[in-house]
Design a protein around this ligand. Structure first.
Ligand code: GDP
Ligand code: IMO
Ligand code: MG
Length: 429
């Protein structure tokens, strides 16, 4: 099959950027299919850390084509800054990067509306990254949006003004007036820059590549529990983060889908508001945050931390049809005496379930934990999977048994090199 897809199975920040970068050399194309600058994908190699927001994580491999697909919402200003950062580091992204003409544009007014809508929600705020994601997708679905291809039209400015008039009315509803003059100047100069790049009908490009026997890796953003349909609504993002989103977000048919990499942390984090059944509000949570350096790659906000949650993981695996699991940040648990795994929830009725209730409400369920012994030794320097400590291997086999999918990759550090592949022939007890 031509298209493999990598998706996060939790609430984002699982380490997608790192693994896409590691897997990229075996692909011809890496493509982003949804989300926008709300994403922050970190890659580390050669002693340097890179954070990408909209540019696919295959960009550091010059022979690989990188595509920003139609399902993405693109902020031209942030995009130009990302490209500049790459240039500063000696990487000319303009040669191997292609942008769909059908990708939606994030306008300065979308960011303004995002802020106004969040403020109006008060205590019920989503915890948005305030990058204009929700309002841009609202305009897309409402059929008001501007797309990358529109910037080539002679009447782009008039179309822009029409959208702004509407946005003025929206913020007027909240008793505000748009304050975006400076941001608009940046926006239009970034649009001029965007016009110089390779704007394409990426659905044709991708399908021609498939017909020509090329291999494509689709890079998900956010996580399955932030999916607009199946996530912890309304505390979600505004796109389909699941595998299905890759079909609509790239224009590839389901029959072309091959492997589905499901990526998760050895524990669990969330940034922003919303339910999180296994969240730790105590010193243990703080310990994970510190060991895992759990601060947002996009906003710098401290991430909420807790134990791994199998009911939600099983749910994500089911929805995505995951064929291989990748466990990230296992080294963060190196010093822990005990590791807890939530296997079930007890509902108010007393029922014990491993299914995710229609509305996940922390106060309405009690997590049931199994406690496993920690390995209490550094996994960071382990060079091969089979050299992992016994307790570590037991943790992996416990999870594989519960989740019924093999964990083929284990990550024990942020760098490319700290990646262990499960041997395919050996049977591990
Ligand atoms: P993404 O959004 O899924 O790409 O993940 P982020 O980049 O937002 O967050 C993952 C963070 O964990 C980044 O700071 C990575 O450098 C880091 N990271 C990735 N894998 C590992 C790992 O195995 N161990 C440790 N300690 N850090 C990791
Ligand atoms: P990556 O790709 C973690 C969260 C926000 C907020 C909610 C809605 O790096 O894993 P939005 O800005 O989309 O309207 O915010 O979703 N969120 C993320 N959390 N990682 C991300 O991306 C996220 N993108 C959005 O914190 O709770
Ligand atoms: Mg991230």
């Amino acid at each position: 099959m031509a298209v493999d897809i990598l998706v996060g199975l939790q609430w984002g920040d699982e380490g997608k950027g790192k693994i896409v970068d590691v897997l990229a050399p075996t692909y011809d194309i890496v493509a982003r299919f949804q989300g926008g600058p709300n994403a922050g994908h970190t890659l580390e190699f050669g002693g340097t850390k890179h954070v990408l927001h909209q540019i696919p994580s295959g960009i550091f491999h010059p022979h690989i084509i990188n595509i920003i697909g139609n399902g993405v919402v693109l902020d031209p200003v942030i995009f130009r800054a990302e490209m500049q950062k790459l240039t500063d580091r000696g990487i000319d992204g303009s040669k191997n990067l292609f942008i769909s003409r059908k990708a939606q544009l994030i306008l300065p007014s979308h960011k303004f509306i995002d802020r106004v809508q969040e403020e109006a929600l008060g205590e019920n705020k989503i915890g948005s990254t305030l990058k204009g994601i929700g309002p841009t997708y609202q305009d897309k679905i409402g059929r008001f949006g501007l797309r990358v291809g529109d910037i080539l039209a002679a009447d782009f400015k008039e179309r822009y003004n029409t959208v702004i008039e509407r946005h003025q009315k929206i913020v007027g509803f909240y008793g505000k007036s748009l304050e975006i003059e400076e941001a608009e100047r940046d926006f239009f100069s970034a649009i001029d820059y965007l016009r110089t790049l390779q704007l394409v009908d990426s659905e044709y490009m991708l399908n021609e590549a498939i017909a020509g026997g090329k291999k494509i890796l689709a890079e998900g953003a956010q996580g399955s529990l932030l999916d607009i349909d199946f996530g912890t609504y309304p505390f979600v993002t505004s796109s389909n983060t699941l595998v299905a989103g890759a079909c609509t977000g790239l224009g590839v048919a389901p029959r072309h889908i091959g492997e589905v990499y499901g990526i998760f942390k050895a524990y669990c984090t969330r940034v922003g508001s919303g339910p999180f059944p296994t969240e730790l509000h105590d010193a243990e949570g703080e310990r994970i945050r510190k060991a895992g350096n759990e601060f947002g790659s996009t906003t710098g906000r401290p991430r909420r931390c807790g134990w791994i949650d199998l009911p939600t993981l099983k749910y994500s695996i089911m929805l995505n049809g995951v064929t291989q699991l990748n466990m990230m940040k296992a080294d963060v648990l190196d010093d822990f005496e005990e590791i807890k795994v939530c296997t079930h929830y007890i509902l108010p009725s007393g029922e014990k379930t491993d299914k995710v209730p229609h509305q996940l409400v922390d106060e309405e369920l009690t997590p049931v934990y199994v406690t496993l012994p920690g390995w209490q030794t550094s996994s960071k320097k382990v060079g091969e999977y089979k050299e992992l400590p016994q307790e570590f291997l037991s943790y992996l086999s416990f999870l594989e048994k519960e989740l019924q999918v093999e964990i083929t990759i284990v990550s024990v550090g942020p760098d490319r090199v700290s990646t262990l592949n499960k041997p395919t022939v050996e049977v591990l007890e």
